[in-house]
Design a protein around this ligand. Structure first.
Ligand code: ADP
Ligand code: MG
Length: 484
């Protein structure tokens, strides 16, 4: 149980894989899942004399991220060598940025929260290359090295210690995921390692201004594990502090199978990375013109879209949140609205019919058998009263499973709403003739009872017309007939 006397303090370092098709310092492919070492060249393999060539797209993406959070963009930034030994790092150093990152201070605004806007300080975001991977269990008594991932461009995004709970951390990670996918700078796929997260955690007494000693939990790759790792680590630190002990500053590893964190290395034996400027790469210099051209080409960002949706479409915050869950859903919704011109009806339908069906069949929006335009046209038939909402739902379900065009289905099955006065009149007469008892009851009843009985008659008429009779006309004729 979380002790109310303690406050949790968390800062995050997220490694985001940038969506370039080639690596940050070589022309090798960055695609996921290739045969080990098939996507490497002399630069990734650290052949003597091979020289890195900087991929400008990685810079563009980093600048887009910086502009997306209103951060300072540094016009000069410098690559450094971060020296350490590890089998998956053949050069013996990682090219990163230390004192002069591309992106400086910024603010991340969260809106997936009850408290409207919640602000997280961004300390910096810098470019670096990913390392390779050790592969265990394939060769008897030996480990393999796969360098396909070596040299993949990463943006490391560091926050201030501004989080106070794991919920806030998850909100941030989700919002970050949304931002980078809207920007198109990363696929944000956590399962494939495109977004990995180091979590720094400390505790302090409520009201204390100083930060406590932190531990860092490395490389967590799912929202669920982030939550579990934080929960375990907070309880572990509370136990230590309540016993009068001290938390040791160290790097820990989260073991998802045992659901615990355990030490990897402590600060006393921490690596000394001996950073120094990378002599094989020039400092990156960017002009105001370069930055403003990127700014002009930026797409609308999630927060701006959120505000616009609420204002122009007259929908609730909860609706907007669901419709903005991905850029594809938001685009789909906007096309439906543009086609049928009823934003609330569109919002309801996209949420309850579309998304529910997609979830059930495990599809994403782009795989929907009913396009946004088709749904919009279907809804416009409700708006102009050609069909009722109920019939529209049947059409939608049928069109979905048969992969047919909803409008063609309406024509084919003659599902159009019947407005014709004479036709409905005939049906009403039939219902009245068949239910003489109910008619007697109706005539003898008080207002309240009459209402109930009217519902019965309407139901009968709708049934006889296969749900196609226009309810307004039905009511009108029924009222008239029953008062005769
Ligand atoms: P390092 O370079 O050793 O990883 P930094 O000072 O760059 O250390 O901090 C890394 C991360 O740790 C940042 O996200 C920062 O907000 C967070 N952090 C720093 N001090 C604390 C603390 N006492 N408690 C929680 N998080 C912290
Ligand atoms: Mg760190």
């Amino acid at each position: 149980m979380l002790d109310p006397n303690w406050e949790t303090v968390i800062g995050l370092e997220v490694h985001l894989q940038l969506a370039t098709s080639s690596k940050i310092f070589s022309g090798s492919s960055t695609s996921f899942g290739g045969t080990p070492n098939s996507q490497t060249c002399s630069v990734d393999l650290a052949m003597p004399g091979a020289l890195p060539v900087f991929n400008e797209l990685a810079l563009r993406y980093a600048v887009m991220f910086g502009l997306g959070i209103g951060a300072q963009i540094n016009k000069t930034s410098i690559f450094d060598r971060k020296n350490y030994f590890y089998p998956d790092l053949p050069k013996g150093y990682q090219i990163s940025q230390f004192h002069h990152p591309v992106v400086g201070r910024g603010t991340f605004e969260l809106f997936f929260d009850d408290q409207d806007i919640y602000k997280i300080g961004i300390t910096r975001a810098h470019l670096e290359e990913d390392a390779g991977k050790s592969v265990h269990g394939h060769f008897d008594g030996k480990s393999g090295i796969d360098l396909n991932r070596a040299g993949t461009p990463l943006l490391e995004i560091v926050t201030d210690p501004d989080f106070r709970s794991s919920e806030q951390v998850i909100y941030y990670l989700k919002a970050l995921h949304l931002l980078v996918t809207y920007l198109g700078i990363s696929d944000g796929n956590m399962a494939e390692g495109s977004m990995r997260c180091d979590v720094n955690i400390s505790l302090r007494k409520k009201g204390d201004c100083n930060l406590g000693t932190r531990t860092e939990i490395k490389n967590i790759n799912s929202f669920r594990f982030v939550e579990r790792a934080i929960s375990f680590e907070v309880n572990r630190q509370i136990d230590i502090l309540e016993d009068g002990g001290k938390v040791i500053q160290e790097t820990r590893l989260y073991d998802s199978e045992l659901d615990e964190t355990r030490p990897m290395r402590s600060k006393e034996i921490a690596n000394d990375y001996r950073y120094f400027p990378e002599p094989d790469l020039l400092p990156i210099q960017i002009s105001d013109d370069y930055i403003s051209k990127i700014r002009d080409s930026m797409p609308e960002l999630p927060l701006a879209k959120y505000r616009r949706f609420i204002e122009t479409y007259d929908i609730t915050k909860d609706d907007a949140e669901i419709l903005l869950a991905s850029k594809e859903i938001a685009d789909y919704y906007e096309e439906v609205v543009a086609t049928c011109a009823d934003s609330k009806l569109s919002s309801n339908w996209v949420q309850t019919e579309m998304l529910a069906k997609l979830n059930k069949s495990n599809l994403c929006v782009s795989q929907s058998p009913i396009s946004a335009r088709q749904l919009g046209l279907l809804l416009s038939k409700i708006v102009d009263k050609t069909i009722s909402g109920k019939i529209a739902k049947q059409v939608f379900a049928e069109a979905w499973s048969a992969e047919e065009d909803p409008l063609e289905l309406i024509e084919k099955k003659e599902l159009k709403q019947v407005d014709d006065f004479d036709k409905i009149h005939t049906i009403v007469q039939e219902v009245i003739n068949k239910n003489t008892d109910q008619v007697k009851q109706y005539l003898a009843a008080n207002d309240q009872k009459r209402k109930k009985l009217l519902g019965f008659f309407v139901g009968q008429v709708m049934q006889l017309s296969n749900g196609r009779a226009n309810p307004k006309v039905v009511n009108q004729i029924l009222n008239q007939k029953l008062s005769e």
